[in-house]
Design a protein around this ligand. Structure first.
Ligand code: KG4
Ligand code: ZN
Length: 336
């Protein structure tokens, strides 16, 4: 069931609508990004985000149907992100999805945004269980154990900043545009780890993370240099920061791979687009767990998009997850 799903994502600064077939084939994936509108504020302004979503949502729905060459009558369900995220932004997608489902007499499938990130892996290959997901985005950094389909257990998470959030904050200190992750990744490629920033919690016997100490160390280094008019090599700063993030994330993930009996490891979320992280995780898994199946979410599906919501929605639908009374609401702090 749920052969053709129209999937809507509007939790943050991307309005996206996709048509997904069988939860694993993308027929269309329209992404309207608002990043340029938020850049002058150095981050996402919730009110501005909501307004953009309202302007874009029906345009994206029409474009997704047209690109997929599918008629409304041929759809089987509507899936929508209802949390976590910005409440006003989520509400636009949820309201549009409810209206579309009601008008076209289709079942409505509520989707957790983080489950969406994980299920982007379905566009690479089937997920096999037990599976472990390393989820790194702008709002979350967590290790999620999945004993079986549609079951999620957070075994570790950040105690302060998410990894992407730390990238964006130190990017601002270096005068980079929001969001800075991709640019720092590229700069790191041309630099060396000369600053040796701290690796918080790296050797602690848990699966939690902390990035605020690293962020402070970075900011202090830059400010101290400014005070004595010393110029620092930004590529080396980027490389040092990134090396610290990757060291901790990969070390904790490898420990989880040891402790949990898993068949697959999935890397997903916006920061999963990080080239340094993809390479390091790939080589370390190859060396330490050669039989473990590592799935890297496709780079173009790491950031927020409707297709991942379609994949997660398809799976949820198989398990009977349907909101059939039009009472679905946005849940900004939704957890697994
Ligand atoms: O998943 P996402 O699109 O939105 C959230 O759900 O948060 O993640 C966005 C985050 C931003 O913080 C951005 O800087 C980061 O992902 N990001 C990266 C890279 N590309 C995007 N961080 C590090 N390296 C990248 N290549
Ligand atoms: Zn996201």
């Amino acid at each position: 069931i749920g052969r053709y799903i129209l999937a809507i994502e509007s939790s943050c600064d991307e309005t996206s609508v996709a048509v997904v077939q069988d939860g694993s084939v993308i027929l269309s994936n329209i992404i309207a990004t608002q990043i340029s509108s938020h850049q002058r504020f150095g981050g996402v302004v919730p009110e501005v985000a909501s307004r953009h979503h309202i302007e874009q949502i029906t345009i994206c729905i029409s474009a997704a149907l047209q690109k997929a060459e599918i008629k409304k009558e041929d759809l089987d369900a509507v899936a929508v992100t209802y949390g976590p995220g910005l409440v006003g932004a989520l509400l636009v997608g949820v309201t549009a999805a409810k209206a579309f489902a009601y008008a076209n007499n289709l079942p409505l499938i509520p989707v957790n945004h983080m489950a969406g990130h994980i299920y982007a892996a379905r566009f690479v290959k089937p997920i096999v269980f037990p599976s472990l997901a390393l989820l790194v985005s702008g709002g979350h950094t967590e290790l999620v154990y999945m004993p079986r389909e549609n079951e999620f257990q957070i075994i570790g998470e950040t105690r302060d900043d998410a990894a992407g959030e730390a990238y964006d904050k130190i990017g601002r200190v270096m005068g980079l545009k929001y969001p800075a992750g991709k640019e720092i990744d590229q700069m790191a490629h041309h630099g060396q780890d000369t600053f040796h920033f701290p690796r918080a919690m790296q050797n602690e016997e848990n699966f939690d993370f902390s990035f605020s100490g690293l962020k402070s160390a970075f900011i202090n280094t830059v400010h101290n240099a400014e005070q004595v008019n010393k110029t620092l090599n930004h590529n080396d700063l980027a490389a040092s920061f990134q090396q610290s993030v990757i060291d901790v994330i990969v070390k904790k993930t490898l420990r989880a791979c040891e402790e949990f009996d898993i068949r697959q490891l999935i890397l997903a979320g916006g920061v999963a687009a990080n080239q340094g992280l993809r390479e390091r995780l790939s080589s370390d898994i190859r060396n330490s767990f050669p039989t473990l199946d590592l799935v890297l979410a496709p780079i173009e599906l790491c950031g927020d998009n409707g297709a991942m919501v379609g994949a997660a929605g398809y799976v949820a639908y198989q398990y009977g997850v349907v909101s059939d009374d039009l009472t679905l609401n946005a849940e900004p702090s939704l957890e697994f």
